[in-house]
Write a protein that binds this ligand. Structure first.
Ligand SMILES: NC(=O)c1ccc[n+]([C@@H]2O[C@H](COP(=O)([O-])OP(=O)(O)OC[C@H]3O[C@@H](n4cnc5c(N)ncnc54)[C@H](OP(=O)(O)O)[C@@H]3O)[C@@H](O)[C@H]2O)c1
Length: 214
């Protein structure tokens, strides 16, 4: 199974780092193009390659690691997914300019983190996300831990718990294999309707929980 990553910021680069640590291969992409990824590729070694978004999106399993607001542009003009697996690593939050009124809004419980929840009208985020990747088998994973801890799957003599959810058992099994190969302890939260909601940031009951399986 080939792996592609769309987005090379906090999430995409750290997942690439975790894959590289285990000698796993992937193609990573971003908005600025492959040349901008040269320093990251030099750091991570030969298993991680830089590609265009279309090249990363052609992999068997594609992690989407862009900000919510960038989803339409990042995914809007890609070829048909044809049942390939897409990992939704996104969360429906807006990153705030520290000088904007929103960043100082006392009614925003996330202002201290520099983010604001995006109102999805009661829908869970993967329900909305999957409309951007029609025909893909979507698995929600890699979204609920801060990247500071995400990059260290094996800690304190144990394995960091990584939640995942999805509606296609075979797709979930493939994603689980990758999570295990990276060194996480994967925990299946069930369907997207149940698990996606539990693990989505912000406000999901299991969001940002950082369990370690000893
Ligand atoms: N940061 C975390 O701790 C964390 C943890 C879990 C989940 N998440 C979620 O992961 C997602 C990404 O967060 P992040 O912190 O990694 O954001 P980030 O550091 O801002 O990185 C975003 C990446 O998306 C790329 N991008 C933007 N528009 C694109 C386009 N049209 N086509 C291709 N790539 C595009 C950017 O490309 P350029 O580099 O070329 O600008 C950048 O590499 C968000 O949905 C976030 O909620 C974040």
């Amino acid at each position: 199974m080939t792996i592609g990553i769309i987005g090379s910021g906090g999430l995409g680069s750290n997942v690439a780092r975790a894959l590289a640590k285990k000698g796993l291969s992937a193609t990573i992409s971003n908005n600025r193009g492959p040349a901008s990824l040269a320093p990251l590729i030099a750091e991570l070694g030969s298993t991680i390659k830089a590609g265009t978004v279309a090249e990363a999106a052609s992999a068997d399993i594609v992690l989407v690691a862009v900000r919510w607001i960038d989803l339409p542009k990042a995914l809007g003009s890609l070829p048909a997914w044809n049942g390939r697996i897409v990992i939704d690593g996104t969360n429906p939050v807006e990153f705030l300019d520290p000088n904007s009124p929103d960043a100082k809004d006392p009614t925003n419980p996330l202002a201290a983190y520099g983010i604001k929840a995006i109102d999805l009208g009661g829908r869970h985020s993967t329900e909305v996300f999957r409309e951007f990747v029609p025909g893909a088998r979507v698995v929600k994973a890699l979204n609920h831990l801060d990247v500071q801890v995400l990059a260290q799957p094996e800690v304190s003599g144990g394995q960091r718990v990584q939640f995942y959810s999805g509606d296609d058992a075979a797709a979930k099994a493939e994603v689980r294999k990758i999570l295990e190969a990276i060194g996480y302890f994967p925990v299946d939260l069930g369907s997207l309707d149940v698990g996606g909601r539990l693990a989505q940031l912000p406000f999901g009951a299991l969001s940002a929980t950082n369990f370690i399986k000893i």
